[in-house]
Design a protein around this ligand. Sequence first.
Ligand SMILES: Cc1cc2nc3c(=O)[nH]c(=O)nc-3n(C[C@H](O)[C@H](O)[C@H](O)COP(=O)(O)OP(=O)(O)OC[C@H]3O[C@@H](n4cnc5c(N)ncnc54)[C@H](O)[C@@H]3O)c2cc1C
Ligand code: FES
Length: 334
Amino acid sequence: MEYQITIEGGATFSVAAEEDTLLRGALRAGVALPHECSVGGCGACRFDVVDGPMESIWPEAPGLSERDRKRGKHLACQSRPLGDCTIRVRCDEAYRPAIRPERWPAELLARRALTHDMSEFTFQVPATAEFRPGQYALLYPPHTPGARAYSMANLPNGDGIWKFVIRRVPGGTGSNALFDQVRIGQRVTLDGPYGHAYLRDGTARDIVCIAGGSGLAPMLSVARGALARANPGRIHFFYGARTQADLGATAALEELAEDERLALSVVLSAPEATPAWRGPTGFVHAELERVLAQSLDRFDFYFAGPPPMIEAVQELLMHKHQVPFGQIHFDRFV
Ligand SMILES: Cc1cc2nc3c(=O)[nH]c(=O)nc-3n(C[C@H](O)[C@H](O)[C@H](O)COP(=O)(O)OP(=O)(O)OC[C@H]3O[C@@H](n4cnc5c(N)ncnc54)[C@H](O)[C@@H]3O)c2cc1C
Ligand code: FES
């Protein structure tokens, strides 16, 4: 069974009745519905219901403010149509999916510790792993309400391999379930790809990748994708960690930095915890400004990490250095 969804003054598309969210149904239909996180955290997928039955699957989702709720707003990533509906939303070409998401059973092949709280997870699905470097997938950890977004660290491949770098969040339901409850050989549902902070076709500009914490995963994928090109230009990679204990994750980066086209800067924000550290200290965005020390609009920027890092980099690029918006691609790990 299918429901017809009509965008007021725009397209009509069908959503399968078993589809779990309006956002997923729209993206599967190739509709350019605005979104970012897909997990109820950012509010980018807000819309109005004009007519028809629409269920909210997580009414308390933080992506809606109290004001939004009073105005009757909904989140497309946390809503499910229960019949034909008319909705009001402004579509934007930038959000048209590069690849339409698919859902697969994914077998955990390996889990490898990188630091005290980050591990690389390798899953395999029974199909080609189709995504763009920098995109993310939704994983459904056991005994966890909703999905969790994790960015791919590898490149698309014909073997169905999806690699993630996942941080165990203290008290976090989904990340702890992935670490403690999924055994090697066990399957979880993987849905993807999602996200638009992916590596764009080559421009004449050099690339800057900025990663904070587990934001490393998508930036590894972007750097790997760029280096696989015939003419990648130069790649400036900035990785911000807290202490030296977090640096186990940089082995893969150091390997990439053996290629002379990639320049790596690692910066610690809490060096007092590691007095032996002789490298740069402070915030990663300040280090980026210090090292590049020139007109930043010469670069294409990709960045991923915790919201405070994203905001600081946005402020630096968009307000202080007026880098055109089309050269800035980022994911906020809400
Ligand atoms: C685009 C994107 C990419 C990301 N990539 C990575 C990555 O590569 N590596 C990494 O370690 N982390 C990544 N994250 C963060 C990751 O998705 C989780 O937020 C993090 O692992 C904490 O999850 P948790 O379940 O342990 O914590 P919790 O605090 O239990 O859950 C937080 C997350 O779950 C969602 N959530 C909570 N309750 C519900 C509910 N009832 N229904 C539906 N959703 C709910 C929240 O919106 C939030 O996303 C990414 C986040 C985003 C948005
Ligand atoms: S995309 Fe729905 S809240 Fe972020």
